[in-house]
Design a binder for this molecule. Structure first.
Ligand SMILES: [Zn+2]
Length: 251
């Protein structure tokens, strides 16, 4: 890994994150944990984890044990599923309050967290305000339009890191997700001219032999094309020149 104390403007970097949604499922967890240790392509894979849902009977102690392992092996972040373990986007209530309470839950258990990705790519300005106030960087903006989202569904669109200016005067560091596993595997990188590629996958992708292999190949390919860094280093070292107002990045 090159030194990334100061991320160079115009440098061509890549980072990788995983939406860790089923860490209590042994088969999923074993695959993810092995991958994080193996570092395909040399990448320190960020674990963006869904916190346990007590209402759904999820085991908090086991979750904490596994999350601590993940946090030692790479950047660590929060991935909120608002409605249910298997239903990411909020259906009612106060999405920002959920994010705050999950961030507090993690902090109270000793997790040093400052990365966030909204489940189902959901983001609204109150959630963004909450993240800025907590000192988080956000990865919810996407360079692609998720196909399953209805027209007008709240999301953020951005293709490169930027500051998001919020109505209340705060600003949020946005490190958009630019490539899915499928996009990388199809070689969609070639026309991509931006300085930072942020590839993501789901922990459950690892259950599938073909997807697992595609991921390893894609990350190896990415490591030849870009300098490997990670979300923590980007958050620490990158100072984007570009600023966007939140209202203008609604996708
Ligand atoms: Zn998710």
């Amino acid at each position: 890994m090159p030194h990334t104390e100061h991320i160079l403007p115009g440098g061509r970097y890549a980072v990788v994150s995983c939406h860790v949604e089923r860490p209590l499922d042994d088969a999923v967890w074993d695959r993810f944990s092995a991958l994080q240790r193996r570092r395909p392509g040399g990448f320190r894979i960020a674990a963006l984890m869904r916190v346990p849902d007590a209402g759904a009977g999820e085991d908090e102690r086991l979750w904490i044990e596994r999350a601590r392992q993940a946090a030692m092996l790479g950047p660590f972040g929060l991935h909120t599923h608002w409605a249910a373990p298997d239903h990411a986007r909020p259906t009612n209530g106060d999405p920002a309050a959920v994010v705050r309470s999950e961030a507090e839950w993690l902090a109270a258990r000793g997790f040093d967290v400052s990365l966030f990705c909204g489940g189902g790519w959901y983001m609204d300005e109150r959630v963004a305000e909450t993240l800025a106030e907590l000192g988080y960087a956000d990865c919810t903006a996407t360079a692609f339009r998720p196909r399953y989202l209805a027209a007008g569904a709240p999301r953020l669109g951005a293709s490169e890191p930027c500051w998001l200016e919020l109505t209340g005067g705060r600003r949020l560091l946005e490190l958009p997700t630019t490539h899915s596993l499928g996009m990388l595997a199809r070689g969609v990188l070639a026309p991509y001219r931006r300085s930072v590629v942020h590839a993501y996958f789901h922990d459950t992708d690892l259950l599938d032999f073909k997807r697992r292999n595609a991921l390893s190949v894609a990350l190896q390919f990415l490591s030849w094309k870009r300098w490997q860094t990670d979300l923590e280093q980007l958050q620490r070292g990158l100072r984007p020149a570009k600023t966007m107002s939140f209202a203008n990045s609604r996708g």
